[in-house]
Design a protein around this ligand. Sequence first.
Ligand code: MN
Length: 251
Amino acid sequence: MENKRPVIGITCSTKDIGGLETAYLHYSYTTSVMNAGGVPVILPMADKEIAREWAALCDGILLSGGEDMDPQQIGAEPHPNLGKVIPERDKTEMDLIEFAKEQKIPIFAICRGIQVLNGALGGTLYQDVYDEMEKVIKHYQDGARDAATHSISIEEGSLLAEIIGSNETSVNSFHHGAVQEVAPGMKVTAKAPDGIIEAIESEDFNKNWILAVQWHPEDMTEVSEEMHRLFTYFVKAAEERAGKKETVSSS
Ligand code: MN
């Protein structure tokens, strides 16, 4: 029996729960993927050979939010305000990004995900925007997870603008790091009013379908049709890629 719906691999974190190290992911990711027509599979930390197997299994890769990326992964030193890092998780995600890019598997990256993605592809990162940038607005909200608290302006002609259906919107915000220099092959498609980069995407979607946002759309899909559409576009891209894979294997 063949899969009818695209399989979306979602990376997760690790957390000590009752003294046991536990694979950890908010349900909002899996729910948002299911509501968009995808079949979520949670990907725990693993070595490179396992990441290679996942690339063969998954039609799309979703890089979820979480802890700060270890700056040493991209040759940078830790800022004093750097939060908790999990280098093993960074490595698993960097391996997945490498295989996904190689095999043209669509990637959707969220919050921590945009930073790991940009770092993995050769970009640089702010580890603490409050200290490293001037006149920064509040990017770590105290409001509810699904509440939009700051605006973003969106690049005209980008895929993000097509999905959102506008050149501006408002998003939730739970970060103190951000993309600094965008990675080669990627372009900036949204910024907060203070200039902080809030979204990047592929320069060429035919080469690689990659979309990354600094906010948490998975927590807004129940209240925002725009945020739900981010997931439906991603799942559609995964579905199209899965269709191509079948054509290749049957010929
Ligand atoms: Mn923000």
